[in-house]
Ligand binder design. Sequence first.
Ligand code: PG9
Length: 624
Amino acid sequence: LASSLLATSALAQTPPMAPDIGARFEAPLDAHDYVKRVVMIPMRDGVKLHTIILVPKGAQRAPMLLTRTPYNAAGRTSRAVSPNMLATLPAGDETMVRAGYIRVFQDVRGKYGSEGDYVMTRPLRGPLNNTKTDHATDAWDTIEWLVKNVKESNGKVGMLGSSYEGFTVLMALADPHPALKVAVPMSPMVDGWRGDDWFHNGAFRVNTLHYIASQTTARGSGSELATGVYDDYDSVLRGGSVADYAKRFGLDKLNYTKKLFEHPAYDSYWQHQALDRILGARKLTVPTMTVVGQWDQEDIYGAYAVYGALEAQDADNKRNYLVIGPWRHSGVNYDGSSLGALKFTGDTALEFRRDVMQPFLDQYLKDGAPAADTPPVLSYQTGSNRWQRLPRWPLAASTSTVYLQGGFGLDFKQPAAGAAYDEYVADPAKPVPFVPRPVRMGDRDVWQPWLVRDQRFVADRPDVLSYVSAPLKAPMQLSGAPVVNLFAATSGTDADWVVKVIDVYPDEMPNQPAMGGFQLPLSMDIFRGRYRNSLESPAPMVANRVERYRFALPNVNHVIQPGHRLMVQIQSSWFPLYDRNPQSYVPNIFHAKAADYVKATQRVYHAPDAASSVELPVVVHPPF
Ligand code: PG9
């Protein structure tokens, strides 16, 4: 034994005490089908932005696709540790990888590896931004660098990305670099007050605070809120006003929280950032395909608003395109076969990316690629479950008005004289939940499909009114944004109104038994009553006076099938997603005091002279 040990140590060349972690390790990359370059790209003010470029090995004259992100470029380019570019990049990039594209991800200024200051959804240079840089200049400087320095490229760049990344795509369009040939903003954040992310029609989305913590408590990944409570319903309710809740976690010290609290109304701070207004006032030169999910639980407003604002400039249908899929927020980049209980005809997201988006990108980015056959509007119509190539959006050229009726009916005819209203007591101490309790807003399975959740869990609450039609005799095709005309009175001096348009399935669904009686929300939103006359200048209501509240609901493209019924549901809270209205008027609801939260009696009218209704974008108007 002694002699064999001796023999072993004589052969050994690595001393037992050689350090096992060396100065630098580089794995061989011969098997990789791509080359990864990590560079710091200088902007015009000297700030350098951390950029990751993946070049397919052997690429020549390849086009480049750029995504500018606040969500960690390094993470976005390492789905798997793999020698294959396909496995390394996000699932939604599959068709681009197969088509040989160079892929670029960049950390926006101030986040993760990039230098500079981070400002949440940094406004364009102008009244709100007195620096020399914004996302338009940063995109410009980045593209300038890419076309000069990536030798494998053909000098053509496209931009795409979803949500915040979609916002940075739109920002680049404010002053596009000449090499930016095509843009695909997906579920872009466009207007944080009207209906994307932070507020909906003035009602504040409490989960915004969690987002601010995750994005602005650190340059990298920020912290989560240590609530110590499983059910967000309890946690937020006990928290009191939004300002008190924020304070509990120290979030009141963060600048973005302060900015939100200082701008509860649609003042110039919000108006100057509204990207539909900004882009609508400029010339659209870059072919742009704006993409959105019909049930986008984060940015359901902006895509349609931008498309609408740009459409006036696109009489020849050459630059402004819209795609509406049956998806949740950013669902376009994942599996699109189902959403909640809804099942579609296949992976609709892949179908779009492969058959529509990729040819569109190729047309503008690949040398010599043929023109793609892109319709002005592509939309997956739910209910009938089929893709539609449409000439415009909205498709419905006019509306059909459906009226609330006494006895909780719903009909296309005006209500007759009779009981003039229905009423309920809205109690801020017992707000209506937006999903069944326990509420876990951060759980993907709860959050992502919540807009298609069966509404029966609240339909019978005494503080929820449900008006329902007779079974339809013929299909009813909705294609556009329903508009609410609510005649209501409150015993308080402020109130929120939540209105839902719902497809009620037949009692029995032989081929899908669990869908019997399902209440599928097609379009629903909240409106903060104080903004009924002006979004900018709120005003108290006069207690018990009937007033009209008119507001648009999110867009819908759906067929309600024969035998189904149409329902309109009304309630005065949607908690804890939306902050509670105290129901007694205070100048700034963020800072409401405990005593301001009072019960109120809400009356919803269905009288000939106060006929609450919803204008429906019906393509063909069938009788019930
Ligand atoms: N909806 C998210 C967001 C966008 C813009 C600002 C803040 C949040 C997102 O998914 O990126």
